[in-house]
Design a protein around this ligand. Sequence first.
Ligand code: ARG
Length: 475
Amino acid sequence: MALWGGRFEGGVDAPTQQFGASLPVDKHLYKQDIAGSLAHAAMLAKQGIISAADYDAIASGLRQIEAEIDAGAFAFDIADEDIHMAIEAELTRRIGEAGKRLHTGRSRNDQVATDTRLAAKALVRQLMEANLELRRTLVDVAQANKGAILPGMTHLQHAQPVLLAHHLLAYYWMFTRDFKRLSSAFDAADASPLGSAALAGTSYPLDRVAAAYAMGFTRVIPNSLDAVSDRDFLLDLHFACSTMAMHLSRLAEEIVLWSSSEFGYITLSDSFSTGSSIMPQKKNPDFAELIRGKTGRVYGNLMQLLVTCKGLPLAYNKDLQEDKEGALDSARTLSQCLSVMAGMVGTMQVNAERMRSACRTGHVAATDVADYLARKGMPFREAHEIVGKLVLECDKRACQLDDLPFEVFAEASPLFGADIAGALDIDAVVAARTTEGGTAPAAVAEQMRLVRTSLVADEALVAGLGTVIPMGEGA
Ligand code: ARG
């Protein structure tokens, strides 16, 4: 009989029971459930609501059960419906009456909200660590390829040359913003609903703060109705994951392009490439494509929870049981994507010569030629027009700006001097962009200082997150 079976004469048939059960999903929260029960029982004993002897029996029973699940030696029974009842029923089988006192002053509604928040904290912390790992890798690759220059693009057309380091650090900052979103998702989850009971609080003299601290929460939720029905903290997790997946998919797309024979800017290591079952010559960027493709399911999980929560009246509704699967899936997906991306970027070969020779096409110094004239006093709009004509001339001759004989420049404007060659030099073009946040080596070195400061700050933030109950591996 179910733990709630007292008022029933009939039972639910097996397929319906399976339909209602969340055990296949929430059994992965067994460590959070047990930590929550330990904190609750300790607080009940401290408040004199259960005896010290009952607490001891409960605590040792729960620890035993946890060790068994950790070891993969626990047989879950779907008839138990969810992890909360599976553990409580087993505890009672083992220790008898004391087990039946564990649920005093508690409901599955505050229990599941507590477990889910503890799990969200563990998942988000893992993601923060994986995010930092990828950011460190981007910095290392930027640092190791300081001199590499490639054509920066707009509209996927050659625009102006940029340092590869600058390009990679653009991704560094995207992931740094993602870290901030993760950190705020962690904070959103970091409040205890326990003690809210079913919806209205309880008549037992609970010490909610003591139980919250024992589980590693920094605060308690001030409204019991909100506490049992709020899943915003999961939406924050989903949104952080979705934006990060979007950033990863952009980087993945560049990796796919750059590793093609058309670009040839990078060569992926064999350990992050796959072959074809029919074409012997193929080396495919499957893992980059898969990271790009995983974005869809992560967005889907965000959408699913938004829709699930829409229009729910206060307080708990069984719809909320649909909250955990997507969150676990998105967190696991992102963890994998982040670590595969770090491995792929960290081991790819950078073909700096190929990048540099790509700068020979697309007139990437054209803006600098116009700037040259503007610096000699010509209004920029006029200079733009003249250089546009020179580019047209290049296209007719099928050559680049620096292939044009000096006479063509001189004919276009008397302001052109022999030093125009300097304006066309790719290194000089890059080195000239010294504005803060620009691509000049000096500006990028300055940026690198900001990068390092932000890394140190975010590493310290993770180290200071406090106690987090790790996800169990045994279920
Ligand atoms: N398995 C449920 C969930 O995941 C636990 C809470 C059930 N509460 C209830 N009153 N039916 O949401």
